[in-house]
Write a protein that binds this ligand. Structure first.
Ligand code: SF4
Length: 235
């Protein structure tokens, strides 16, 4: 026989249940508080790679040469050239073979004309009669800014990580990528293309010193010799 009357037993169970319920709710609330403050702490205690992408490493321990060169897009892809102007099916083979022999990594710059004026660009699209004039327009210039930013970033990052940037190889005769020669309304002439001029100006502004040289489609050996001299100079 239970020594407590029924109404007393009900009271005791209710009190015990309430007390147990409260303590588990309190424990849960306290654990929620801890989790939430741990979540709030995370950004301060852990730096994510995406927030700090420039982590310096020692790249001397694996097989890479730690040498890179920037090349005009069409050195690796003649399909980007404007209509009737591709001299080769796909690549500039002698130059690429020489870069491979010297174990230089190749960074393909974007094709400025393709990015600003499209693949169907040519001199006959009114109201301008040269690609150069079209590229000088502010709209074209602003389309080239991301490419310039990308090249500047890559030069800085590779150098900061201890790599050699051998140089930039443009494409002589081009209204955009010409270095020693370019195209004017009157034809081939000494001077720089629009993109190379913008790139050189950016390098000066950013305090970057990188050699720039043009490749001639049918005199690639001159650019190959220049690369060899750059390599010798870096040693
Ligand atoms: S020379 Fe420059 S603009 Fe012309 S196709 Fe090559 S990369 Fe493009």
């Amino acid at each position: 026989m239970n020594k407590y009357p029924l109404n007393r037993r009900i009271f005791l169970w209710t009190s015990l249940g309430t007390a147990l319920g409260m303590s588990s709710r309190q424990a849960k609330a306290s654990s929620d508080r801890e989790n939430s403050s741990a979540r709030q702490m995370k950004p301060q205690t852990r730096t994510r790679l995406v927030d700090q992408p420039q982590v310096k490493r020692d790249f001397r321990k694996d097989g890479r040469s730690r040498k890179v060169v920037f090349v005009a897009h069409c050195v690796l892809n003649q399909n980007a050239r404007h209509v009737d102007c591709a001299d080769f099916p796909a690549l500039m083979k002698p130059l690429l073979a020489a870069l491979e022999a010297q174990e230089i990594g190749i960074i393909q710059m974007p094709c400025p004309e393709l990015m600003a004026l499209g693949l169907g660009r040519d001199r006959d699209v009114p109201p301008l009669d040269t690609i150069r004039e079209a590229l000088e327009l502010p709209e074209a210039s602003s389309r080239l800014q991301p490419s310039l930013d990308q090249i500047v970033y890559l030069v800085k990052e590779y150098r900061w990580q201890g790599f050699e940037v051998v140089g930039v190889l443009g494409k002589n005769g081009s209204p955009s990528c010409g270095v020693e020669t370019t195209s004017l309304k009157t034809g081939l002439a000494p001077g720089e293309g629009v993109f190379i001029r913008l790139l050189r100006n950016r390098f000066v502004k950013e305090g970057i010193k990188v050699g720039i040289r043009g490749v001639d489609d049918h005199r690639q050996q001159e650019a190959i010799d220049w690369v060899s001299r750059q390599i010798a100079h870096l040693k």
